[in-house]
Design a protein around this ligand. Structure first.
Ligand code: ADP
Length: 607
């Protein structure tokens, strides 16, 4: 108590130190405005009151309006030596914080908040602030101190306006204009607090959605998993700090030995709570959304938290623990340490529990993403292995089929047999193309696909491909138009593969036949190859996905047009590896809004 008294005296000393110098008596000073004439003073007063009321109706942000109103205070009340505004952190009762930037001395010098008073001066409690209690604390030796509680009908006590009169305390009379100022400040303060709380909630809610959707590209293995989980918990703790304004907020995670340690440190860091205490705490939290433990808590958890209390803040009067559940497993515990006069729980608890739930969902999303990536890797490996295994028997089938075809041509063989042999050859070719696609795709996914760049002339290459495709698709009319020269450093086999795939797609996805145009031009230092067809086209919803791994448009599936959904994925990758790109230029729309025909564009850098 003694200590508090000393503190208050020294604060008063600083408070007084800010007063204007000079040897005028208080009486002389209070008379000064009158010397300018009553009329003039009234004019200033009226002008200031108008300016003050304007702050209530302007569209200024609440904080700016508040600051403006406060700056008008000294003009309205020249008989006051100093004005100070104390505000309550949103919704709390008891602790008042000096609104530092806003109080001004009547000579216009801004008083530094911490010089005048401590940041958190504990004054009275409750809506009806006891002015005498305040008087005792600040008991000013020269003039009197008037404390006007700022009470709003909706929020109760929102702050206190403290004014130091120039006249001695015994002669003090409340100045009516002080009430006008107080009234205005109450309205503005409430608006400001509401605005702040809304901002904090909005920020917390945006973190919430970010957390729940958290599934970034994470590496593999336990360490990455731990780091990702800790990152989620850190974000959650940060969001809680902003929302609930605690003294401190930390995230704890189960340690390998069963204790609880601070998240973010090395996994083998010493636990903050040893195994027995960690287990006790987790047991107490079991099935709970939140648990608030106060000093003097009987169950011993408060003592268990001793190590944490040291970590977060010695002055903590209560610690709220929010477990982050993933089904029945506590993936972490978010701990918020509040001073006895911290923000009331009911102002942040709903959002805080939602953040803890979102953190659980976020960690779960990370784990699922990791598991899916692991599954994907296993699948890619399997596909690669299977494709390798298929390659040699397919090569023999293809070889024998070609041999049979050649022999069949030499001997007389019924037409039906000739057709069968040709079909075996054609289908085995198609199969080896598919196996090739599987191998390419798995190489791309494992970052193992290489291209061999060499000077290449596009024209003869395209002519060769077009010729072969014409023989392959007799129901289609394939035309080729080109500008010359079209040379570049590309991988000749891969360019051939892209052209073949684009023409194949154009033909396969126009099952009724039709025209296919291949046009090659020079555009801005690039060779541009357009492949246009009159086929089924690509629905708007599918256009963004057709280059995805394994994507097939539903329309292709519905029409039983076979394919693996790998060709465009591989071709785009190949084009990019050669410094170019591959895009769907457009798909036309029919009269009834149905897609009709497509155009793909391949661009490769010219030499
Ligand atoms: P697929 O082996 O299935 O043809 P692609 O990667 O080559 O795989 O093509 C992906 C999907 O894009 C196809 O399944 C098809 O739905 C669509 N598509 C590709 N080219 C065309 C085209 N010329 N016309 C219409 N749809 C096409």
């Amino acid at each position: 108590m003694r200590h508090e008294h000393e503190q208050s005296e020294s604060q008063d000393a600083t408070f007084l130190a800010g007063m204007p110098a000079g040897n005028m008596t208080a009486h002389e000073r209070i008379k000064t405005p009158a010397a300018h004439g009553t009329g003039q003073r009234q004019e200033t007063e009226t002008g200031t009151i108008v300016a003050l009321t304007q702050t209530l109706v302007t569209s200024l942000p609440p904080r700016s309006a508040l600051l403006r109103a406060l700056s008008l205070g000294p003009r309205l009340l020249p008989c006051m030596r100093a004005l100070a505004l104390y505000t309550l952190p949103d919704g709390t009762r008891g602790s008042l914080t000096l609104a530092g930037e806003v109080e001004r001395h009547d000579d216009g010098t801004a008083l530094e908040a911490h010089d005048v008073w401590q940041q958190r001066a504990t004054l009275g409690h409750g809506d009806e602030l006891d002015r005498h209690a305040l008087d005792e604390q600040v008991s000013c030796r020269v003039g009197g101190i008037i404390a006007v509680p700022l009470v709003s009908p909706a929020s109760g006590l929102v702050g206190v306006l403290v004014a130091e009169e120039r006249v001695p305390a015994h002669a003090r009379e409340r100045h009516p204009l002080l009430d006008v100022l107080a009234h205005c400040l109450t309205v503005l303060l409430e608006r400001h607090l509401r605005d702040e709380a809304t901002g904090r909630r909005a920020r917390a809610l945006s973190t919430l959605s970010e957390l729940a959707a958290r599934a970034p590209e994470i590496g593999t293995g336990l360490d990455a998993d731990i780091a990702a989980r800790d990152a989620v918990l850190h974000t959650a703790a940060g969001a809680l700090r902003e929302l609930a304004l605690p003294l401190a907020s930390v995230a704890l995670v189960p340690a390998p030995d069963g204790g609880l340690r601070l998240a973010g440190g090395p996994p083998d860091a010493p636990a903050q709570l040893d195994p027995a205490r960690g287990a006790e705490l987790l047991a107490a939290l079991h099935g709970q959304m939140a648990l608030t433990v106060s000093a003097g808590h009987t169950s011993g958890i408060w003592d268990d938290l001793a190590a944490l209390r040291e970590q977060v803040d010695q002055q903590a009067a209560r610690i709220t623990l929010l477990p982050v559940w993933i089904e029945d497993e506590a993936a972490g515990v978010l701990a918020l340490a509040h001073a006895h006069d911290g923000l009331d729980e009911r102002y942040w608890m709903p959002e805080a529990t939602a953040i803890a739930i979102a953190a659980g969902a976020g960690i779960r999303a990370l784990r699922l993403a990791d598991a899916a990536a692991e599954e994907g890797r296993a699948r890619d490996e399997f596909i690669s292995l299977a494709a390798h295994e298929l390659r040699s028997p397919l090569t023999s089938i293809k070889g024998f089929a070609q041999l049979l075809t050649r022999q069949a041509r030499k001997t007389t063989m019924p037409d039906s047999m000739l057709r069968s042999v040709a079909a075996i050859e054609e289908q085995s070719l198609r199969m080896s193309e598919m196996v090739g696609e599987l191998l390419d795709a798995s190489r791309i996914r494992r970052n193992m696909l290489d291209v061999q760049l060499a000077m290449t002339d596009l024209v003869p290459l395209a002519q060769k491909v077009v010729e072969k495709r014409r023989a392959h698709y007799p129901r289609h009319t394939i035309t080729l138009r080109y500008e010359e020269p079209l040379d570049g450093r590309w991988d000749v086999q891969r360019v051939e593969q892209i052209l073949r795939d684009l023409l194949d797609n154009a033909a396969r996805y126009s099952p009724e036949g039709g025209a296919i145009a291949l046009e090659m031009t020079r555009v801005d230092g690039m060779a541009q190859v357009c492949v246009r067809d009159e086929g089924i086209g690509i629905a708007p919803d599918d256009q963004a996905h057709i280059f995805d791994y394994l994507y097939r448009a539903p329309m292709a599936e519905e029409r039983n047009l076979s394919g693996l959904g790998l060709g465009l994925y591989i071709c785009r990758h190949l084009a990019e590896r050669m410094g170019g790109r591959l895009e769907l230029h457009e798909t036309h729309m029919g009269d009834e809004g149905e897609p009709h025909g497509s155009e793909f564009r391949l661009l490769l850098p010219l030499a």
